[in-house]
Design a binder for this molecule. Structure first.
Ligand SMILES: *Cc1c(COP(=O)(O)O)cnc(C)c1O
Length: 323
């Protein structure tokens, strides 16, 4: 993409484009049922209706076929007007944009790539943050390129929208911030965070390589015991998370407990899928995300893991299966 507009967080990087394109009450925005809350929160913040889509069981990204079904269903019901898609690159792997972009075009929908977890990832020769009309990323410390606080960025090829994003970023400014021409936010990227990012960018490629090596080491050691991450042909993940699947909820919880007892931090992304959030009052069922949320857990992943740290984690998991 040609233009990059920085902002204060990954959440604002999603909210600002929704505001700029006037997505609002009565509009439907299609998104995955399986992501961090910010992905759907921003849709509700502008007053639009999030319509959830179940995920691919291997990549955990939005399933293009189910996406098209939900769009057709929404058109038929005629209660909300289809306007946009927010597609997430979960855990660092790009979603299936070849198919998703076609669907967005066919139904004339704005496509936003939520690349909060995939900065640095690739599909063939294209990098994360180059899909859709707009791409949004986060520089929160837990993301592949993290600053020391909050930060985010929005990417687009459309200079007119890049200017609107910049205006919304500073209180809807016109010629300056005391000339307010629309409703905006205070969402500047802090200068100190920007300086951290500039420095970390110079070692970012090496960090990506280390993450790749670490994930290969984990996968080679664990693939006979658990479902290890599946990366589609042509994709290079940025490994924001390294997530494994146990066979059921009971064994997942037992492995997590064993690791925690041995001072290994773990996380479950995501225990609560969007369709189960009470105020969405969603009556549909989403069998794939429901199943994955009960079986998934993540083990430590960063560029500075040592072989002995990984071996300790691997041994604990293998011993669980041998006991
Ligand atoms: C982290 C994250 C966000 C929000 O980013 P922040 O910088 O924490 O506001 C949005 N979407 C996804 C998929 C994320 O993982």
């Amino acid at each position: 993409m040609k233009y990059c507009v920085t902002c204060a967080s990954g959440t604002d990087a999603l909210l600002i484009p929704l505001m700029a394109y006037n997505i609002s009450k009565g509009d439907a925005v299609f998104t995955t049922n399986y992501s961090f809350f910010a992905t759907t929160e921003v849709i509700s913040q502008v007053g639009a209706k999030p319509i959830f889509v179940d995920i691919d069981p291997k990549t955990f990204n939005l399933d293009p076929e189910l996406l098209e079904n939900q769009i057709k269903d929404t058109i038929n019901k005629n209660e909300f007007k289809p306007k946009a898609i927010i597609s997430v690159d979960l855990f660092g792997q790009l979603a299936d944009y070849a198919k998703i972009q076609k669907i967005a075009k066919k139904y004339n929908l704005l496509l936003i790539e939520d690349a909060a977890q995939s900065f640095g990832a690739r599909y063939k020769n294209k990098k994360s943050c180059s899909f859709g009309n707009v791409a949004s990323t986060s520089f929160f410390p837990a993301k592949p390129l993290g600053c020391y606080g909050d930060g985010g960025a929005i990417f687009t090829n459309d200079i007119e929208y890049a200017e609107i994003f910049k205006s919304i970023r500073v209180h809807g400014q016109g010629i300056n911030k005391y000339d307010n021409i629309r409703i905006g936010l205070n969402s500047r990227l802090d200068t100190i965070q920007a300086s951290v990012l500039l420095n970390k960018l110079s070692i970012f490629d090496d960090e990506l390589l280390s993450r790749q090596n670490n994930s290969s080491y984990y996968s080679n050691s664990l693939k006979n015991f658990l479902v290890t991450p599946y990366v589609n042909d042509g994709n290079v993940s940025s490994w924001a998370q390294y997530s494994l699947l146990a066979k059921d909820e009971k064994s997942r919880d037992e492995i997590v407990q064993l690791l925690n007892e041995n001072n290994i931090p773990t996380a479950i992304y995501y225990k609560k899928i969007f369709s189960k959030i009470s105020f969405y009052d969603c009556k549909e069922s989403f069998p794939v995300s429901e199943n994955i949320s009960k079986r998934i857990f993540s083990i430590p992943m960063h560029p500075y893991l040592t072989k002995s740290e990984m071996d300790k984690i691997i041994d604990l998991i293998i011993n669980y299966f041998k006991k």
